[in-house]
Design a protein around this ligand. Structure first.
Ligand code: HEM
Length: 309
């Protein structure tokens, strides 16, 4: 719960910071990243999407917002940014300022960095919930495991609008700033691989591929025999009642669905931005993503399938 709340707060701050940057550039009060600035329509779309992410998070976190409604999107976004920024502690402002280090002068790099950071925060919260799922199952606490897995699923589902924001990037802008990012790729995201490897142990071919060679500490944990949700489910199904077994099975299916949807959207957005170019993580790019899209999230536990049959 604490992890989900912290991640919620961080994502809210990162997303409103995107809007704040867009609005400040529009108002002429921020002159950073002057290359390939977006038009007013795109800025408005970004703000609308940002507000759709921010509004429910503000409600969950109890941050009051009584600005005008979305008919006046930019005005509304200004009020929302002010509300979030006023709520932030000094240290949070400092963290936000220090955590933006673009490598180019291209405007859209700001958005890209903040979205990547938002996903990292989300993956971290998902990983905590998956670890809780494993622990709860090991203790025979089926209901708690289902709750943790459902929270992990919700975090994944809630991020879909972040991809809509990234999709507003101009491909020409993306291609411009990626000239300076060779060797730096989200394939190096530790939290994403922690999430993946906590669900089930990856195949050896994947452990020996750039996917895991790019994240040595996660790879080490996998090779050391890290316990997974799959393991925990397999060893606890005979202790679960039929109804808990069914609910667990359905929570796993929901989680799987949300992750597969994330991969599909990632693949689509990446294809639009990248075309036939290779990835910055030294993979062949889109063909790599097409292959990884199909990797199962969980193994098939025969005992669980039997329970819910
Ligand atoms: C919109 C532009 C994007 C493009 C063109 C893109 C492209 C790629 C490519 C080509 C790879 C394969 C590794 C490589 O060679 O770099 C990759 C991997 C990955 N990307 Fe993206 N990506 C984009 C956005 C994002 C975003 C916003 C996230 C959010 C965190 C993300 C997360 C990942 C992850 C976790 C992997 C590793 C997947 C795996 O190894 O199975 N990407 N991406």
């Amino acid at each position: 719960m604490a992890a989900a709340r912290r991640s919620d707060r961080l994502v809210l701050q990162l997303v409103t910071d995107i809007m704040h940057f867009e609005l400040s550039v529009l108002d002429g009060t921020d002159d950073r990243l002057p290359v390939l600035r977006p038009d007013l329509r795109t800025v408005t779309k970004r703000c609308r999407l940002g507000m759709r992410i921010a509004r429910p998070a503000m409600e969950r976190l109890g941050i009051a917002f009584d600005g005008p409604d979305t008919a006046h999107a930019l005005e509304s976004a200004r009020h929302m940014c002010a509300a979030v920024r006023n709520d932030m502690a000094k240290g949070e402002h400092l963290t936000l300022r220090r955590s933006i280090q673009p490598v180019s002068l291209v405007h859209d790099e700001y958005l890209f960095i903040r979205v990547l950071q938002s996903y990292e925060a989300t993956f971290a919260a998902v990983a905590v919930n998956l670890a809780s799922t494993i622990q709860a199952l090991s203790l025979g606490m089926g209901a708690r495991a289902i709750h943790a897995l459902a929270s992990a699923e919700k975090s994944f589902r809630d991020t879909s609008l972040l991809f809509s924001m990234v999709a507003t990037m101009q491909p020409v802008a993306f291609l411009k700033f990626r000239e300076y990012t060779d060797g730096a790729s989200a394939i190096q995201s530790q939290n994403y691989k922690i999430v993946e490897s906590l669900c089930r142990t990856p195949e050896l071919s994947r452990i020996e591929s750039p996917a895991y060679l790019s994240v040595p500490s996660v790879r080490g944990r996998v090779l050391a025999g890290q316990r997974t949700v799959d393991d925990a489910v397999a060893s606890s199904t005979d202790q679960l009642t039929v109804s808990v077994g069914e609910s667990l099975h359905s929570a796993m299916q929901q989680f799987e669905k949300s992750v597969l949807r994330w991969r599909k959207t990632h693949h689509r957005v990446a294809s639009r931005m990248l075309g036939h170019r290779r990835g910055t993580g030294h993979t062949e790019g889109i063909p790599y993503l097409a292959n990884t899209r199909a990797i199962p999230i969980f193994g098939r536990c025969p005992a669980l399938a039997l329970l819910s049959a």
